[in-house]
Structures are given as structure tokens and as C-alpha cells.
Design a protein around this ligand. Structure first.
Ligand code: BDR
Ligand code: CA
Length: 308
């Protein structure tokens, strides 16, 4: 049976991904936390908030407090200073289970079938690969990151996760020895999750509706301001959908690197050299089916309130 790790920097869309990773479908070994949207300490608090809301205490492994070589840049203007749209959700803490890099390596060694969802900067994954690349030979890694043929969301050329730690992103795309999938902004910007979907969810599952409404309010305002759209992209949850519903997506197999130059920092660039590591890059999705799936999944009462 496939086991899962979610490497995350929650973050509004990370939080929606964690809500979607329901217990019956995703045996999660743990969450490895990384600094990105928010500082590591806030990322941890946000997992406590989600644990309280979902009634599911996922083991927490603390990762890198910042990129491998650069100072951390966070995304408070999009996700709110608390990373969850200033929703101020209640929480209770519980003990951290350990450190992320060794947890990732150990899990990859021990599990026959491991799938890692990477929803933040790739710092933890790059550090784990530096330490023990062979450990990941049999693992699958599904990454949210990069802007290939669309404008970036952090610079004109770069998407946030790759912009924040381009060295890590480049190392992972070049050196990950297992199965690699990339969910770029090109794909996630084709699906707009809006108040209409939240209203449908709220009718079936009011607690989930309130939760989504409170975490996405500022996030949707940022999308209206920055992208001129009504609603938001839900970047990180798309990694789970690619895993669960491959029938709703199209991909190509290509090789990439990530620019570490200042003027093009974080840009996703095609590699054509022979023998370059290829990955599945997703470029097309079926929007209506995906929105229906999300509404259905988050309308289920068992996904909230201690019943998982
Ligand atoms: C990515 O950056 C973060 O702000 C989101 O959580 C997502 O992982 C989108 O560019
Ligand atoms: Ca994220």
C-alpha cells in the first residue's frame, strides 16, 4: 500500500491540500515542514490549527527554517501574516515527532511504495538528496512549482516555490532518482475555485464551508487584485488530484532545470541535453470535473470535526 509524506509550508492552498488528504485514502506517515509562505514556527502552528479542525493529529517533522543559501522571503501579502488568511483558528499544540530531512530519508528507505507531495520550496528535499540520493530511487515525488510558458506569480519569470529556493528546486529536478511529476502554474491557473464552490460545500457541510470561507477571504482578495480574477487558484491541492485522478489531466515528459541567476531567479527552463532527467509536466486539466470533485470531496461530513 502506498504511504505518503506531505512536505509543506501552510499556506492557504496547502491547508486545502491537507483537508483533501483524507484519512481513508491517504495513509500519511507525517508532514515535513519547510519555511516558505510563512516562517517555520508559524507553519507548525498552522498544522496544529488544521489538526484541531480535522480531528487528525498528523506527525510533524521540522525542516529547514530557510532556503539553502538565501534569506527567506515569505508570502504574507497573499496568505496573510498568519499564513491562513488571518482566520485566527484555534489550536492546541502537540509534540513534534522529529527532524524532516532524516525522516524523509528513513521513510524512503523503509517504505516500498512512498509518494511525497512537495507543496513548498524544495529545501528539505534537496538537503535529503544531498545526504542520501539512493534512498529515493523507488519513491515518487509530485511537486507544485514553476511557471513554464505562463507569467510567474513572484517575478514575471518565476513561481513562488521555485523563486524562494531556486538552488534547491534545480537540484531536485536534476537529481531526484525516482519518479518525478511537476504541477506548474501553467496548470493550476486553468482552474478557478470561487465562492460558488464554497457556497455549495457550505450547504452540505457548514463547518467546512465556514473554514474555507475564513481562510480564503484575503487570498481571494489578493487574486482579485493581482490577477483580476474572481476566486483563486488552488495550486497545492492539484498535486493530490494529479495522483488520484490522472484521467483529468494531460502531461508531457520533458527535462528541466531552474535558473539560479539573479535576473531570471527561479525560472523553469527546458533542458535538451541527452540523458537529462525527465519528469511528467502537467499542462492541461478538465476544470469542471475538477471543481465538481472538490465540491464533492469537501462536502463529505467525515472530512471534518474529529471524524476522520
Ligand atoms: C505556491 O506558492 C505558495 O504561495 C502556494 O502555497 C503554492 O505552494 C504557488 O506559487
Ligand atoms: Ca505551498
Amino acid at each position: 500500500m502506498t504511504k505518503f509524506i506531505i512536505d509543506t509550508d501552510p499556506g492557504v492552498d496547502d491547508a486545502i491540500a491537507l483537508v483533501l488528504a483524507r484519512q481513508e485514502a491517504y495513509p500519511i506517515l507525517g508532514l515535513s515542514l519547510v519555511a516558505g509562505n510563512v516562517h517555520l514556527e508559524t507553519a507548525k502552528t498552522n498544522v496544529f490549527r488544521l489538526a484541531k479542525f480535522l480531528g487528525r493529529k498528523l506527525p510533524i517533522y521540522l525542516g529547514s527554517p530557510g532556503p539553502i543559501t538565501r534569506p527567506l522571503e515569505t508570502a504574507g501579502e497573499i496568505h496573510g501574516q498568519d499564513g491562513l488568511g488571518e482566520s485566527n483558528l484555534p489550536y492546541e499544540d502537540y509534540p513534534v515527532s522529529g527532524e524532516a530531512v532524516d525522516f524523509l530519508i528513513r521513510s524512503a528507505q523503509e517504505e516500498e511504495d512512498l509518494c511525497i507531495f512537495a507543496l513548498g520550496p524544495l529545501t528539505n528535499l534537496a538537503l535529503a538528496l544531498r545526504k542520501n540520493p539512493q534512498a529515493f530511487e523507488g519513491s515518487r515525488l509530485i511537486i507544485m512549482g514553476g511557471a513554464y510558458q505562463v507569467k510567474g506569480n513572484t517575478s514575471d519569470l518565476a513561481e513562488f516555490n521555485f523563486y524562494v529556493d531556486p538552488e534547491a528546486a534545480d537540484e531536485v529536478l536534476r537529481n531526484f532518482p525516482g519518479d518525478l511529476d511537476l504541477v506548474p502554474l501553467d496548470l493550476t491557473s486553468q482552474c478557478i475555485f470561487s465562492k460558488r464552490e464554497i457556497a455549495k460545500i457550505a450547504r452540505a457541510n457548514p463547518a467546512m464551508g465556514n473554514f474555507l470561507e475564513s481562510i480564503t477571504r484575503l487570498y481571494m482578495e489578493a487574486y482579485a487584485r493581482e490577477e483580476g480574477i474572481e476566486g483563486c487558484y488552488i495550486n497545492d491541492p492539484m498535486t493530490l488530484l494529479v495522483y488520484e485522478r490522472p484521467d483529468l489531466f494531460s502531461y508531457e515528459r520533458l527535462a528541466f532545470r531552474v535558473s539560479c541567476q539573479e535576473e531570471s531567479r527561479g525560472q523553469l527552463l527546458r533542458r535538451k541535453d541527452q540523458g537529462a532527467k525527465t519528469l511528467r509536466i502537467y499542462y492541461k486539466l478538465k476544470e469542471k470535473e475538477i471543481l465538481d470533485y472538490l465540491v464533492e470531496a469537501m462536502s463529505r461530513k467525515s472530512d471534518q470535526g474529529g471524524n476522520q
